[in-house]
Design a protein around this ligand. Structure first.
Ligand code: SAM
Ligand code: SF4
Length: 477
């Protein structure tokens, strides 16, 4: 079937169903839980690395007292430390094109946004952007597209291959994730063949009536069910590395949290694999966006959302983007985040522009909140005792989907994640860091090595760091 110039087989995945039970969610949101004994039981369940039920998640969302919230934040910090350690994985978004047939009311790329400058990177421009990103030290990208007849699965696959082919100096993009419209099964197979990492689709809002309000019915995105089924189709097509998300501020943030948890539970039940990542961007000002947002979520609510999600899905990576301002990123990162973007430029062709050049809303999807560069962010993370990680090892060793879930068990982090974080950080320090960052970085590496048990494994890590200092690259566990 062809709609707005886009050819799609609109068949819903086998067994695809509406797994969002609105009535149940609304009922659960009437729960209140100020019983310390009860919520501490729930914290313990999560600390024993068991995902929470919807009921338990709703109880955490209902905590109102400042002491209760403080305990919630502390539990989230503990889960993060125990499951993920102190690594923060770094990536950058790369906007490929902003033509779009849809009219999402909140987005600067919507068809009706007359003041937006439309552009799709040419092959040469794409290569130049990737060179600029590699020369800055990036190793992981997410390619972002509007929805348009130009951005076919073949086009997305071709962009992915082009990105992987660019090798500037010691640089390479080793993992290329995708944020694009939901595809049909054939389309997903095409992009999978190009070696994509995570396929990310945000449902925006899980609340049907609100979804209809912001996504006109005569657009492709206006079909709630097609989007909700998007990642089920991806899985059926063989992509087992999936990213879910909700745009926070369209409807009640607590409803969206339960929507995200319902989605994670559904994927796990249906395919045996939960989502690899969850995103929860808050709406930012955008070109031609004239919206009143009755559900705008404040910082306090946002913190509770992040901490609750951390506990509800202890094995799912959580992404905090540069939409959020610096101060909030500094705080929230401690209780649950595993990935952030850094040095982000949203305008199409923005990485090639001189450092510090002005960002214009007419060229961006929305306004960035945290404008720090990559090196500044890396240094800041290290001063907070986080290990910035550029690791892409699991995906390249075939440890994704079910296998990744199996591996996400105690011992895995010590054996793979921390050593790989230290190796990729060493590469960054050697090739791209400012002198002060390099000094801070090697001091951090020394401290981290001090935590590792003496013996053969530690010696191998030290040996590999020395090889990196002597010019070898891409060593991994
Ligand atoms: N066009 C595709 C789609 O809509 O799924 C893929 C990419 S879209 C460019 C990426 C995401 O940006 C959307 O899913 C939406 O959640 C988010 N977004 C759009 N407008 C935003 C705004 N004003 N503030 C924050 N995030 C926004
Ligand atoms: Fe287009 Fe995506 Fe923006 Fe909607 S959110 S207008 S689909 S780019």
């Amino acid at each position: 079937m062809k709609q707005l110039g886009i050819e799609l087989d609109r068949t819903i995945s086998k067994g695809g169903a509406d797994f969002i039970d609105e009535e149940r969610i609304e009922n659960l949101l009437r729960t209140t839980c100020e019983d310390k004994v009860r919520y501490r039981e729930i914290f313990d369940k999560s600390l024993s690395k068991t995902p929470l039920t919807l009921e338990e998640t709703a109880q955490l969302l209902s905590i109102k007292s400042p002491e209760g919230k403080e305990e919630l934040y502390e539990a989230a910090r503990r889960v993060k430390r125990e499951i993920y350690g102190n690594r923060i994985v770094i990536f950058a978004p790369l906007y490929i094109g902003n033509y779009c047939v849809n009219n999402c009311a909140y987005c600067g790329f919507k068809k009706s946004a007359k003041n937006t400058i439309r552009k799709t990177l040419t092959k040469d421009e794409l290569i130049n952007e990737v060179v600029a990103l590699e020369d800055n030290g990036q190793k992981r990208l997410i390619l972002v597209f509007g929805e348009s007849p130009i951005y076919t699965p073949e086009f997305i696959a071709d962009c992915t291959r082009s990105v992987y082919a660019v090798k500037s100096k010691n640089g390479a993009i080793r993992r290329c994730n995708i944020n694009a419209a939901p595809l049909d099964i054939k389309g997903y197979k095409t992009v999978k063949e190009a070696g994509i990492g995570t396929y990310q689709i945000f449902q925006e809002t899980y609340h049907r009536a609100t979804y209809a309000k912001y996504h006109p019915a005569d657009t492709i995105k206006g079909d709630y069910d097609w989007r909700l089924d998007g990642l089920d189709r991806a899985f059926e097509a063989g992509i087992d590395d999936l990213g879910i998300g909700a745009l926070i501020g369209l409807y009640d943030w607590r409803f969206e949290t339960l929507g995200l948890v319902s989605h994670a539970i559904h994927l796990k039940e249906r395919f045996g694999v939960g989502p690899h990542t969850i995103s929860f961007p808050r709406i930012r000002p955008a070109q031609d966006m004239n919206l009143s947002l009755p559900y705008e979520t404040n910082d306090e609510e946002f913190k509770q959302l992040v901490a609750t999600l951390r506990l509800a899905v202890p094995y799912t990576g959580m992404i905090l983007t540069a939409r959020e301002p610096e101060e909030l990123r500094n705080e929230v990162i401690k209780f649950g985040i595993s990935q952030i973007d850094a040095g982000t430029r949203l305008e199409i062709g923005g990485y090639e522009k001189p450092k510090g050049s002005e960002q214009k809303l007419s060229e961006e999807q929305f306004m960035v909140g945290d404008t720090r560069g990559l090196d500044e962010t890396v240094k800041w993370l290290m001063t907070q005792d986080f290990i910035p990680s550029f690791c892409t090892s699991c995906y390249r060793a075939g440890r994704t989907g079910e296998h990744f879930m199996e591996f996400a068990i105690p011992g895995f982090i010590q054996k793979f994640c921390t050593p790989n974080a230290l190796l990729t950080l060493s590469e960054y320090l050697e090739d791209y860091a400012e002198p002060e960052t390099k000094k801070t970085g090697y001091a951090l590496i020394e401290r981290e090595l001090g935590k590792i048990e003496e013996g053969g494994y530690k010696n191998t890590i030290i040996e590999r760091i020395n090889k990196i200092k002597n010019g070898e690259r891409d060593l991994r566990f």
